[in-house]
Ligand binder design. Structure first.
Ligand SMILES: *Cc1c(COP(=O)(O)O)cnc(C)c1O
Length: 416
């Protein structure tokens, strides 16, 4: 039996042709399509630079590295996210710290951030300062931009860098004063990170990107993406090895020469992936519009069901509706979440839970985090369920999802 997944990529003939065509190109990787893809990302977001890499996780790791985060530093993020948003702190030897989310948007709550930092920095005893907050990673949960104006204000006060986890929010916008800012423009952050996994807004199979307006960050991202190796002659350090004569124009560069200047990684994306990404980008505005349209339909269809609480798009934001999350009062409904999920699955509707709070994962529990630490996140987790939402959902499937959900709740004699 066919089950509608909670999310799915949208691939059409143009995408397929783009991939087929690139296969007869000179470059399968490290070629010009990567730069073209990067320029497209940067221009779309309104940032100066974009660096495309092998995954969103690699993007987060590199962002933390170039931000200079290391041991004795803390990286603050929210507990309701994919584990990668916190793991990137561990990759660079820092301590991941969580602050609770706002009950309405499930985004990092600026007030909790400020309280945490205030308590941290007002502790005068240096022995208690084993680790110092260095960066904050706000996650634009389900496509709703965090309150970047507030977060920026707090980050400036406490001297924190901001790395947006924008993996849910390619195409999202937020308004500050009169001005609408695209997520990824970095108008209120140092860097923003995207993922192009098939379940994100556009896909390259696997892939990710970092946007920034900071040329220093940009140059180091490029370097660290590929082993810390540079072939740019103006950057060479070992001049004796690099140049054949004592004056150092490009024409005197030893033709074999390259230089490893830092310990980097192979986090490269391929030209094949970028060809797909470029083709996907042409549909991005349609994807976002379609998601918003379906979400609006759901909102209308579910708003009278008393056991269901729908997510609202806050004022001053344009959400990309990466996920359609409802909060269900399972207690009142008299059914467990797993029962509801299994029943819906039998009726052809796939659902998922986003997310198990990161601090409750065994690996994080070993670090000392425990149940009760972040009550808003934990309460949300008990109620949340993501319903299918993706651009390729047919009218028929949308109708089926709506009628099945309504039936499911009406059957239990719940007033709506
Ligand atoms: C998908 C995702 C990531 C990781 O991206 P990958 O490309 O899968 O490595 C990180 N953070 C969030 C919020 C995500 O949704």
């Amino acid at each position: 039996m066919r089950v509608i997944p909670y999310s799915r990529q949208y691939i059409n003939e143009d995408d397929i042709n783009a991939v087929i065509n690139i296969l007869s190109n000179d470059w399968l990787t490290q070629g010009p399509t990567i730069e073209k893809f990067e320029r497209t990302i940067a221009e779309y977001c309104g940032a100066k630079y974009a660096v495309a890499v092998s995954s969103g996780t690699a993007a987060l790791h590199l962002a933390c590295l170039v931000a200079g985060i290391g041991s004795n530093d803390e990286v603050i993020t929210s507990p309701i996210t994919f584990v990668a948003s916190a793991n990137c702190a561990l990759y660079v030897g820092a301590k991941p710290v969580f602050v609770d989310v706002t009950p309405d948007t499930i985004c990092l709550n600026p007030q909790n951030l400020e309280e945490y930092l205030n308590a941290k920095f007002s502790t005068r005893s240096p022995s208690q300062h084993v680790t110092t907050p260095k960066a904050v990673i706000p996650v634009h949960f389900a496509g709703v931009p965090c309150d970047m104006e507030a977060i920026r204000g707090i980050a400036e006060k406490y001297n924190l860098l901001i790395i947006e986890d924008a993996c849910h929010a390619l195409g999202a916008e937020y308004r500050v004063g009169e001005k609408w800012n695209k997520v990824g423009s970095c108008s209120h952050s140092d860097m923003a990170v995207f993922s192009f996994h098939p379940l994100k807004h556009i896909t390259t199979g696997e892939g990710g990107a970092i946007t920034t307006n900071n040329s220093k960050f940009y140059e180091r991202l490029i370097l660290l993406r590929t082993h810390g190796i540079t072939k740019t002659h103006t950057n060479f350090i070992n001049k004796d090895l690099a140049f054949s004569t004592s004056d150092k124009p490009a024409s005197n560069v030893n033709p074999w020469y390259y230089e490893m200047q830092e310990l980097g990684f192979n986090y490269r994306i391929t030209d094949i992936q970028c060809a797909l990404g470029l083709s996907q980008f042409k549909k991005l505005d349609y994807f976002v519009a379609r998601r918003r349209e379906i979400a609006a339909k759901y909102n209308k269809a579910f708003k009278d069901i008393e056991c269901i609480k729908i997510m609202k798009e806050p004022e001053k934001t344009k959400s990309t509706w990466h996920l359609y999350v409802v909060r269900i009062d399972f207690q009142r409904l008299g059914k467990s979440r797993s029962l509801v999920m299994n029943k819906l699955r039998k009726k052809g509707i796939g659902t998922q839970v986003h997310y198990i709070p990161v601090h409750l994962q065994p690996y994080y529990k070993k670090m000392g985090y425990k149940e009760g630490n972040y009550p808003v996140a934990e309460q949300y987790y008990k109620l949340c369920l993501s319903l299918p939402l993706f651009p390729g959902l047919s009218k028929k499937d949308i109708g089926l999802i709506i009628s099945t959900i309504r039936e499911e709740f009406q059957y239990e004699n719940v007033a709506y």
